[in-house]
Design a protein around this ligand. Sequence first.
Ligand code: FAD
Ligand code: MLT
Ligand code: ZN
Length: 523
Amino acid sequence: MMINPTSRAVFGLRVNLSRCLRSLPRLACRSYSQKVVPLTKETYPSTARNQAFARLSSDDIGEFKKILSDKNVLTDATDLEFFNEDWMRKYRGESKCVLKPQTTQQVSQILKYCNEKKIAVVPQGGNTGLVGGSVPVFDEVVLSLANMNKIRSFDNVSGIFKLDAGVILEIADQYLAEQGYIFPLDLGAKGSCHVGGNVACNAGGLRLLRYGSLHGSVLGLEVVLADGTIVDSMHSLRKDNTGYDTKQLFIGSEGTLGVITGVSILCPARPRFTNIAFLGLESYEAVQHCFTQAKNELGEILSAFEFMDEDSQDLARKFIKQTHPLEETYPFYVLIETSGSNKEHDDAKLETFLETSMENGIVSDGTVAQDEAQLKTLWYWREGVSEASTIGGGVYKYDVSIPLKDLYGLVEAARERLEEANLIGETDDFPVLRVLGYGHVGDGNLHLNVAVRRYTKEVEKCLEPFVYEWISEHHGSISAEHGLGFQKKNYIGYTKTENEIKLIKQLKNLYDPNGILNPYKYV
Ligand code: FAD
Ligand code: MLT
Ligand code: ZN
């Protein structure tokens, strides 16, 4: 049976579907005419430059030009801007040099040289990271993987895909689509981020619920260590129990242990049919009931379960400037995706789920995509929230795991605290514009965003360490998917024990004794 939303009064199709908005255009064309981002060293003066690191000399630049061609050694101030400033326009370094190697050998030669000279290095992928990890804090050299962008091989029987770390996620997925496969990770920054960057931060994304974590799907890595040693474990093996699984250490290490140059990953067959339902709900309790019911009734075809609150959709309305999928506003919205191989079966399951959810009062309204364009548009009302949250000028981002029952409580607590401090309001007198909550309910992962008109110490002090304490008290993690970077380096203790932190520091000292890889971050 076909899902026909128009046959049910409650499921009206009201989306404006003329444009495919899935990839994020702003990422490619950030405007630098806007006000200048203060240097990280000025905003966070308590972090001092490590004087053990050498200052870059013209001799060093000359050596880099011997390893790379001239055009792949950037030193012009305008060329450096993109690489020095992060996506949130919150952190800015003052690197004087960006290196763009094309081969693993070149990465190895660069790191060997930098290690010997004690030149600090920041590995950088698409620079879409959200914790200030991808940009220098001081004058570290940026090692961009953007020119390492070749697909190495694909086995269309096993689904094992090998590619350079600098391949853009969307390009990797498009390549796989032609072979009937899918990349087991999808996220809003797919048009700019690199697969190496994804692995380096162990990105979770929109379909972790279906495809699991990169710790499971990555089969092997090629990594260059700080001293230039190339460690090649680009396996084509699904199972391999010979010794420690060393690649796991680099997944989520955020460029602090080695530079990832190659990725071998297991890719599943691309689902042939996809449905999206966009629903309005009256309470966070209803969101939880809806999730339980979706798991029970949609079972194996459920591929995403995302939620957004009304504040996040209100900002999205202002940003997207199109008609919202639902006519009425609701305190909460849920986006459900199903993916499968039998359209009739999937449609029937979704229809039953929607009917039951409406009948028992869990869902108040909703709409279902009828074609590919509508599907992308509905997704954009979820994915576009990241960009919408920067509409005022900046955003404090907290990316947390909390047991589901308490998940939204953090948004309410943060909102209340900012209101009490008189920091939030409708006019320019207030630094905070809005507090929003959205995220991957299916993974117990909330994104608390505090959209601001300007970054201020007053707001930051009101939120930190309050947010981290709240998470710790509720047995959560301060970093569900974005990592620690510069933002959370002082707060790891809220989630990890002393002995875990000790082990992390020992590993760092072992792999990078001079500490040249992504300093001032992580721990
Ligand atoms: P970068 O930002 O360049 O780097 C991130 C970190 O990895 C840095 O510490 C850097 O030093 C290190 N690094 C990068 N490349 C390498 C390498 N080759 N070797 C070693 N270290 C390296 N994250 C999620 O988990 N889920 C989401 O749903 C999600 N959605 C996003 C949506 C938007 C709009 C944006 C802007 C970000 C989103 N993110 C999400 C954040 C996310 O982690 C990144 O977008 C992505 O994974 C980072 O990849 P990148 O290539 O841009 O890495
Ligand atoms: C998301 O889920 O949209 C991302 O992790 C990015 C964000 O938090 O904005
Ligand atoms: Zn996310």
